[in-house]
Write a protein that binds this ligand. Structure first.
Ligand code: PHE
Length: 444
């Protein structure tokens, strides 16, 4: 029988209708890849910490935060889609696994620190492919000033501008201050402009530190692009992209900290900026790591390749062959498909689209609508890291019965050895049994 509560870090969290954290996820809570010496995630963390050497480096004590910390305190509206059970992991109605490091902003400002960096594991329910994993790592960074010191900003900005003028970087920035991305009403626009400049200069210089080696060695200058964005806890808000190997790569979200956040931290008399950076995607491109699951391997052929302080190119020790199996099934008769899967945590998730599907809002019953994230989670729970991708390859509605059918292709691959066909068949039938039992679907 399943236990009635979660126990973690000496605390007990009674389960309720929100509880949706499987044991495969709980097992990840203490892995701390970002603190493992010579792990690529940790190497990047250290490079960022080196770059912002006068900032205090923080590590939160637990991945469990209150819903209040993760969402309410940061001004997420009650119907924000990122809150939904298909997107986030809840221990119960009140506690969850943080979906972003911003969950620690208020408590960090409360410490009275003006410059800090914080790195941690974050958790989001998602689809399965080579660049998505339900656990990843982020770094939050902020710089705030007592309002009485804001007049020093033009001088600080002039120094940063001089440094940036000397390096081969092209900054493409057509963002403007507008009603959809405004300065805050109580900010003196001159101060808000200086904070925004300091934010941009600081991040441009970090990005050059991470990606500038080719440009510095005489290659094309590095291109960095600024885009307007929306976050409930900053305004103006931006996303930053870097042009890398022929593509624009999204690196981070950032903005001028909402005064409400600072008020809640007891530092109403300060203003400044914050950013949040995803470490996995950055490591994958900088170290040429082809699959996100490799970060979780304990194979020394992976781990022994990296050295503290150095960005080196990963040498694949071999790619074992994949093995795919298809699974076709009918959805429950009364169960419509939940809205298509999108990343509700991202910046574009500004509006309130889907309410919490506790009792399913679409069926109006206890029968949950089919959601791909629920399906993927069962696959991960059974198969673990042997699953490389899950792709919808066919979908149709029976013309007479109106029943919906879906076919998913499950691509299996072990990072460190060959998989046998028998082994994969066994996993596939275990997945089948679980989805039939837990999702009320019928195999075709
Ligand atoms: N927390 C945001 C995310 O995960 C990123 C962010 C951090 C944006 C800080 C603004 C300020 O997408």
């Amino acid at each position: 029988s399943t236990p009635k509560s979660y126990k973690y870090n000496g605390a007990t969290y009674p389960k309720d209708t929100y509880s949706n954290v499987p044991s495969s996820i709980l097992d990840k809570l203490d892995r701390n890849l970002h603190l493992m010496p010579s792990h690529p995630i940790s190497i990047l963390r250290q490079i960022v910490e080196d770059h912002f050497s006068s900032y205090q480096a923080l590590v939160p004590s637990s991945a469990v935060v209150s819903v209040h910390q993760n969402f309410d305190e940061l001004g997420f509206p009650p119907d924000h889609p990122g809150r939904s059970l298909t997107d986030s992991y809840y221990l119960n109605r009140e506690y969850m696994l943080r979906t972003h490091t911003s969950a620690h902003e208020v408590e960090s400002y409360k410490k009275g620190l003006n410059k800090w960096l914080l790195s941690a594991d974050v958790y989001r329910r998602d689809e399965i492919d080579s660049s998505h994993y339900p656990v990843f790592h982020q770094m939050e960074g902020t710089h705030i000033w007592p309002n009485t010191e804001l007049h020093t900003l033009p001088q600080l900005n002039a120094e940063l501008e001089k440094q940036l003028a000397d390096i081969p970087i092209i900054i493409e920035d057509e963002t403007t201050i507008s009603p959809t991305n405004p300065y805050q009403a109580h900010h003196d626009p001159i101060h808000a402009e200086q904070i925004t400049k300091h934010l941009k200069h600081s991040l441009n210089s970090l990005i050059f530190r991470l990606f500038g080696h080719h440009a510095k060695a005489g290659g094309e200058p590095l291109r960095v692009r600024w885009i307007e964005a929306y976050f409930p806890f900053t305004t103006p808000s931006y996303e930053v992209e870097v042009f890398w190997q022929g593509e624009w790569l999204e690196l981070l979200g950032c903005g001028v900290v909402m005064q409400k956040t600072l008020d809640q931290s007891g530092v109403s008399d300060k203003s400044g900026w914050a950013f949040g950076l995803g470490l996995e995607r950055l490591s994958m491109v900088l170290f040429s790591i082809p699959d996100i699951r490799l970060f979780w391997t304990s194979d020394s052929r992976f781990l022994s390749q990296f050295k503290q302080g150095q960005i080196t190119t990963f040498q694949p020790y071999s790619k074992y062959p994949p093995c795919y199996k298809d699974m076709s099934f009918w959805l429950h008769q009364t169960s419509p498909t939940a809205e298509e899967v999108t990343d509700h945590h991202g910046a574009s998730a500004a509006g309130g689209r889907s309410p919490l599907p506790i009792v399913d809002s679409k069926t109006g019953t206890g029968i949950k609508a089919f959601h791909e994230n629920d399906y993927c989670e069962i696959v991960r729970d059974v198969v673990g890291d042997l699953i490389e991708s899950v792709t919808l390859i066919d979908e149709f509605t029976h013309p007479k019965t109106q029943r919906k059918s879906k076919c998913y292709r499950l691509n299996y691959r072990h990072m460190d050895r060959n998989l046998s066909n028998e082994e994969v068949n066994e996993l596939q039938s275990q997945v089948q049994a679980r989805v039939v039992q837990e999702m009320g679907i019928e195999m075709r």
